[in-house]
Design a protein around this ligand. Sequence first.
Ligand SMILES: Nc1nc2c(ncn2[C@@H]2O[C@H](COP(=O)(O)OP(=O)(O)O)[C@@H](O)[C@H]2O)c(=O)[nH]1
Ligand SMILES: [Mg+2]
Length: 261
Amino acid sequence: MRLGKSTLTSSIIGHLRKMELEIAVLAIDPSSPFTGGAILGDRVRMQEHATDPGVFIRSMATRGHLGGLSLATPEAVRLLHAIGRQWILVETVGVGQVEVEVAGKADTTVVVVNPGWGDSVQANKAGLMEIADVFVINKADRKGVEETRRDLMQMLDLSDLPHESWRPPIVTTVGLTGEGVSDLWDAVLAHREYAESSGQLLERRTFRLREELREIVAQRLGQRARKICSGERWDELTGSVVSRKIDPWTAADEMLVAVDA
Ligand SMILES: Nc1nc2c(ncn2[C@@H]2O[C@H](COP(=O)(O)OP(=O)(O)O)[C@@H](O)[C@H]2O)c(=O)[nH]1
Ligand SMILES: [Mg+2]
């Protein structure tokens, strides 16, 4: 959804560069994986920062292979951190649109909505409540900001916030002009402070690393499985399954017994 995320990101970059912070932006937008249109658009949008060595911008294209991103993203973040980038902004699409596994995995997650967001995201609202550390109503130059704020507050009141002691603040911005961006950044910093002192940051990082590790193990096991499923024994067992001497489950167990032994 064109919520103005890239435009807002560009304004945040401007804000951070004024403080001479070195930053990186990873744009993960699979909304047009085949044409690459969205990716080009993001580049153009962030062009004002393109020649600034203090800003590193990359689009991570998914080309339909969504699974790949969940390992590529943390790897890229680690690398950017290692070369000394002080802040790493990751722009993703919203909850309910494919890249859920990337969303909500940052130290601080900012959820962007627009005035009059209404019914279009109805089904996803609960998901948004779950991952948001900060809400931003972008395109606040449009009608309906107060209704949207009320709507969000009500949802926050009703929802079972997973982290009782942090209530996501609601900030309004105009990405195009940069209005409200410094408030937005203050909210991010406030969350960061909370996350550090409450132990949430450590908890999230531990959880993320566990998930990543699990996925690497699963990937390695997949590679191993492909290797195992070949050769003489494999042909033999496949033949037995085809001729219905044994069922596939039994055959699989026999393959694995051979491996475990
Ligand atoms: N009126 C208004 N339009 C905006 C604002 N921010 C972005 N836009 C426009 O919204 C459209 C989508 O912006 P973009 O940053 O590409 O959204 P993204 O898909 O969420 O990254 C573009 O036409 C922007 O010019 C804003 O604060 N106010
Ligand atoms: Mg974008």
